[in-house]
Structures are given as structure tokens and as C-alpha cells.
Design a protein around this ligand. Structure first.
Ligand code: GDP
Ligand code: MG
Length: 604
């Protein structure tokens, strides 16, 4: 296939603006899938994606499009829109020369539209602005185009108005992909060089890598090498995705496809790695900035006997999602497990849901935390750690003030876009989350874009939910890393009947210790069911108790209700109680539901 007739592009947008729907239409128009009413987000293959209605994993599809007598190969990479998955977006972008930037004609530019625009802009890609959902009654394409011109400095005239749902004007999108996006700068006669931009694990075939060929070609049977590990593999299978796998004999410069090459180990198909022919080594491609974990939590098997099967599930899933970091960990109450790092809370929830649905695993997840830093002042500790500045990803290991000269917390620069009637309430919300305003800009006559510097810890859990409810669902939020800042942090213990619970230790800002302690105790009271004895739930800073709640005793005699006679009913009740117990974990003599560790963070 001539390189001049190849176009590699991705679709980027705020969540729900219609990426997957437009992808469906493009697949239909080019005959990759039959046209029926049932094509709804066909690229969202994972169960979690269908249930949540969001795209988690970027997917690739190769389309053949004939225009003015020429046939083009269009490689589409669908991407997720949620902030936690922007890593997937940047990976997709690195294999592309252009993007379709979709904006909903009713909602206009949202926080993630801005974030995604900058990812594409900084990668110097051609950007085709698309105003979608023009069929909606309240659509305001004119207004949205004005926003696009104001915020992104893209001329209004460049925008294409479509309805992805009805298919209106989608043909025009295909034409503009060919006209406005340049072909890849790859040469077929160069030595083979490919970028691994994604990889999945298949139980039967091992690692399936998504590759973009930057130069030369690769054939079945070729012996290839990875730059990262320097291991040699034989190519067993190659092909393109349409969107189902379609085996081919070779992949040429400029093409995007999949490759199976006998990689069995989790670490072999590193995302961002360069592949080349064993006999023709090349200079590796720049690769990716490794994803930075922003949220850490402990993960344990519900039952220790399932440790090994959970380990292999975690290994396999992290191959599918290399942005998760894994370290071994153990806890008194929960046994052997891991401390995992995620890009955000949604990312963590999706990971757990996939473990349960795709691997049938049952896990306990502990309270998430952000990575704090401490500058040590104790010579002894500095020697022990081998450095002065340490990162703390487990609150149980938070060093005491007496050995630390300064604590630091991770910061993020948040973007909020909202109708202006909510500005006042949102400003108060931000102040309550220790945020500092940096900037405010009207993007049209009713909507503003505000920038705030936040401590990451203040946004990961429920900031977004609050913002949504304060703004009747109209406010949107996204954030990017913004380094570390000194902070007055302290460690807060939680005690159940006087016993400190390591898994519930939390790091809090000094000014918020009392309110955080009180809130945690109240929520724990709601999470832990009444038991045969009274339970005291306390929050403590050092030896000082700062909050307390009491869970009253309650004798739950399930058999009292059926007076002797009905034996099957009795058995049923006992079975139900036993099942309830499985979801519990003993801490000292208190039974704690396994989801309590994470539920304590969620506000009512
Ligand atoms: P994504 O999150 O960007 O992938 O968005 P989806 O493609 O999943 O679409 C989100 C919702 O918007 C779905 O309910 C779609 O049916 C709907 N939608 C997408 N495009 C259009 C459109 O052109 N018009 C209307 N009315 N609804 C649309
Ligand atoms: Mg989608």
C-alpha cells in the first residue's frame, strides 16, 4: 500500500461528545461493519465499557476508503475521554498524524476538550474540529464554533458540522481526513522500525501487540528484536484490525496493525518500545514518558488461598493496562497483597471491576492515597533510605514530624468550565478544597473557564461529584500534574475498640484534621454493621483522640423469627448469614465489610 494513501488519526473529545458513535458511522460508511441499528459503540468491547458507557481502552480499526478513484487506508484509533485515561490518549496520538476533535453542539467546549486539544497541539498534529449532535433541539453550532475560534485559535470555517447519530455530513469527515491530515513520513525501503503503542494479553496466544510501522516492513517469520530488553522473537502472526483481526503476510511502513511473536512474559511488550529486525538494528524511537501513578491503594485477596491466582490476574491485567504500577505489600489484617498505583480513582475502580469480571477475582482494596514526599532531617533515616527526599505511597509508613524537615504534597492544575451563574458556588467549593485561583476567562457570553491550583489529595475522591451537583451537571473538570508544594501534613490513626487499624491510617492537612477525623468516624459508623458488642470508632493524632462515634451492640438472631418448624427456611437464613460473613474481614474482634476501606472515603 503506497504510504501517500495512508492516514493515521484518532478521535478525541470530552466524554459523551460522540467519539464512539462517530467511529461506528465511519466503520459503516467504509463497509468495515454492516449498517444496522444495532451498531452502538462497537469498539467498546470490554464489559466494563458497556456497563459504564465509557471507553477505557483505545481501539484500532483500519478502514478502506475510496475517494476520487483512489483507495486510502485510514487507521482509526478510538480513545477514552475521561481524565484518568489521558495516558491512553497520548499513546494513541503518538501513532497518528492527525485528530478529529469533537465538540458537542449543545454542551460546547468542556474541560477535557481543552486537555485533549493540547495533547494533539503539542504533538504538532493536524486538528480537524467537528461540531457534533447538530440534530439536537438546543444545538448551537454557531456558538460552539465561536468558542473553538476563541479558545483554540482555529478559524470557524474549519469546523465540520455533523450528527454522528444520524450520519449527517459524516461523508465530509472522511474527505477531510484525506485532504487535511498528512500521510505518515515512513519509507518502505528503510530498515524495519515499529512502535509498540498498545498490547493486550490473550490467554491462548500470549501477547498481542499493537504496532505502528515507522519504517520498512515486517513479514511473518522475520526475527525481530525489542530495543528495551534486547530479546529476539519470531513473528508468528501479523495483521490489521478492521476492527476484528485480519491476518496479513506483512505490515508496511505507515501501517498500523497487530503482531503476535511468542512473547509470553508480562514485561516483554513494553508500551513505547521499538521493534526492529535482528539483523538490522536501528536507533530506538523516543518512547513515552512513563505514566505517573497519582493514586495508590493496597489490594489483597479476600481469601489468602487465592493469592496466587490473584497474582497472575493482576499480572495479566497490568499487561493490558501498563499504566498501573505494582509493588508487593502485606498487612496484619489482610495478609499478603500489593500496593498498586493508578492514574486516578476511576482508573482504580475500573481496574477492580475488570479483575472481578474478566478474571473472576475477589479483592479487598484499601483507602486510596496520593504520593506524598518528605525531606528527612534524621541522619540515621537518610542513611537507611539512601536519600534525603522520600516518596510515601503507604500512609502507614508516613514518617513522624520529628525526623522530617518538610513534607510535600502533589499539586495539579485544574480546569473548570461552567455556565457563569455557578461561579460563586464553585469558587467557595474550590476554597474549601484548599485551591488557589490562577486564571479566569469567558469562552462565550455565558460560560467561563477557570484555572485553579489544587492539592491532588483534595480532588481525587469527590471533588468532581460536588462540582457536578453544585452546577446542576453543567460544570466539567480536568487536571494535569503541577509538581509538589510544601504542606503541613499529619498522620491520623483510626482505632476500632482502642486498636489502631493500619489499613485506615490517613494523611491529612493540619487545618482539616478535626473535620476529616469526624467525617471518617461517621462514615465508618455507617459502613460497619452492628455486632454483638459495642464498638468505639475513634480518630487520633498521636495519642490525642480527636473524634469518636459509637456503634451500638445488636444481637442479630436470624433464627428467632422462625419458631422451630420450618427447616428449609432455617437453612436458607443460615446460608445467607454465612455468605454475609465472607464479605467481612476480622480486625481485632470487629468484623469489617471488605468494601469499607474504600467506602469510608465516599461522602453521602
Ligand atoms: P463518547 O463518550 O465520546 O465515545 O460518546 P458516545 O459515542 O458513547 O456518545 C455518547 C452519547 O451521545 C450516546 O448516547 C450517543 O447515542 C449520543 N450521540 C452521539 N452522537 C450523537 C448525535 O449526533 N446526536 C445525538 N442526538 N446524540 C448523539
Ligand atoms: Mg466512547
Amino acid at each position: 500500500f503506497p504510504v501517500e494513501n495512508i492516514r493515521n488519526f484518532s478521535i478525541i473529545a470530552h466524554v459523551d461528545h460522540g467519539k464512539s458513535t462517530l467511529a461506528d458511522r465511519l466503520l459503516e460508511l467504509t463497509g468495515a461493519i454492516a449498517k444496522t441499528d444495532r451498531n452502538k459503540q462497537v469498539l467498546d468491547k470490554l464489559q466494563v465499557e458497556r456497563e459504564r458507557g465509557i471507553t477505557v481502552k483505545a481501539q484500532t480499526a483500519s478502514l478502506f476508503y475510496t475517494h476520487q478513484g483512489q483507495t486510502y487506508l485510514l487507521n482509526l484509533i478510538d480513545t477514552p475521554g475521561h481524565v484518568d485515561f489521558s495516558y491512553e490518549v497520548s499513546r494513541s496520538i503518538s501513532a497518528c498524524q492527525g485528530v478529529l476533535l469533537i465538540v458537542d453542539a449543545n454542551q460546547g467546549i468542556q474541560a477535557q476538550t481543552v486537555a485533549n486539544f493540547y495533547l494533539a497541539f503539542e504533538a504538532h498534529l493536524s486538528i480537524i474540529p467537528i461540531v457534533n449532535k447538530i440534530d439536537l433541539k438546543n444545538a448551537d453550532p454557531e456558538g460552539v464554533e465561536t468558542q473553538i475560534e476563541k479558545v483554540f485559535e482555529i478559524p470557524k470555517e474549519d469546523c465540520i458540522r455533523i450528527s454522528a447519530k444520524l450520519g449527517t455530513n459524516v461523508e465530509r469527515v472522511l474527505e477531510e481526513i484525506v485532504n487535511r491530515i498528512p500521510p505518515p513520513k515512513a519509507k518502505t525501503d528503510d530498515p524495519f522500525k515499529a512502535l509498540v503503542f498498545d498490547s493486550t494479553f490473550d490467554h491462548y496466544r500470549g501477547v498481542v501487540a499493537s504496532i505502528a510501522v515507522f519504517g520498512g516492513q515486517v513479514r511473518k517469520g522475520d526475527r525481530i528484536m525489542s530495543a528495551h530488553l534486547g530479546k529476539v522473537y519470531e513473528v508468528n502472526e501479523l495483521g490489521i484490525l478492521r476492527p476484528d483481526e485480519h491476518p496479513t503476510d506483512r505490515l508496511l511502513a505507515g501501517q498500523v496493525g497487530y503482531m503476535i511473536a511468542g512473547m509470553k512474559e508480562v514485561k516483554e511488550a513494553q508500551i513505547g518500545d521499538t521493534l526492529f529486525l535482528q539483523k538490522h538494528p536501528v536507533e530506538p524511537l523516543p518512547g513515552f514518558k512513563p505514566a505517573k501513578a497519582m493514586v495508590f491503594a493496597g489490594m489483597y485477596p479476600t481469601d489468602q488461598s487465592e493469592y496466587n491466582s490473584l497474582r497472575s490476574a493482576v499480572e495479566r491485567l497490568t499487561l493490558n493496562d501498563s499504566s498501573v504500577t505494582v509493588q508487593r505489600d502485606s498487612s496484619h489484617a489482610l495478609g499478603a497483597g500489593w500496593r498498586l498505583g493508578f492514574l486516578g480513582l476511576l482508573h482504580m475502580e475500573v481496574f477492580n471491576q475488570r479483575l472481578e469480571q474478566e478474571y473472576n477475582a475477589s479483592v479487598i482494596v484499601t483507602t486510596p492515597t496520593v504520593p506524598y514526599k518528605a525531606i528527612l532531617s534524621s541522619a540515621k533515616l537518610i542513611k537507611e533510605y539512601g536519600e534525603k527526599e522520600i516518596t510515601i505511597i503507604n500512609p502507614a509508613q508516613f514518617p513522624d514530624r520529628s525526623v522530617v524537615s518538610e513534607y510535600l504534597e502533589p499539586m495539579v492544575l485544574g480546569t473548570i468550565i461552567t455556565p457563569d451563574e455557578y461561579i460563586g458556588k464553585i469558587m467557595t467549593l474550590c476554597q474549601n478544597h484548599r485551591a488557589i485561583q490562577k486564571n479566569m476567562l469567558y469562552i462565550d457570553d455565558k460560560r467561563v473557564m477557570m484555572k485553579y491550583l489544587f492539592p491532588l489529595n483534595e480532588v481525587i475522591v469527590d471533588f468532581y461529584d460536588h462540582l457536578k451537583s453544585l452546577s446542576s451537571g453543567y460544570g466539567s473538570f480536568d487536571y494535569e500534574e503541577a509538581g509538589y508544594q510544601p504542606a503541613d501534613l499529619i498522620k491520623m490513626d483510626i482505632l476500632l475498640n482502642g486498636k489502631p487499624v493500619e489499613e485506615l491510617i490517613t494523611v491529612v492537612h493540619k487545618d482539616k484534621a478535626y473535620s476529616a477525623g469526624k467525617a471518617l468516624c461517621e462514615r465508618l459508623k455507617d459502613c460497619i454493621p452492628r455486632q454483638l458488642f459495642e464498638i468505639a470508632v475513634q480518630a487520633a493524632i498521636g495519642s490525642k483522640i480527636i473524634a469518636r462515634e459509637t456503634i451500638k451492640a445488636y444481637r442479630k438472631n436470624v433464627l428467632a423469627k422462625c419458631y422451630g418448624g420450618d427447616i428449609t427456611r432455617k437453612m436458607k437464613l443460615l446460608k445467607k448469614q454465612a455468605e454475609g460473613k465472607k464479605k467481612m474481614r476480622m480486625i481485632g474482634n470487629v468484623e469489617v465489610p471488605r468494601d469499607a476501606f474504600i467506602n469510608v472515603l465516599k461522602r453521602k
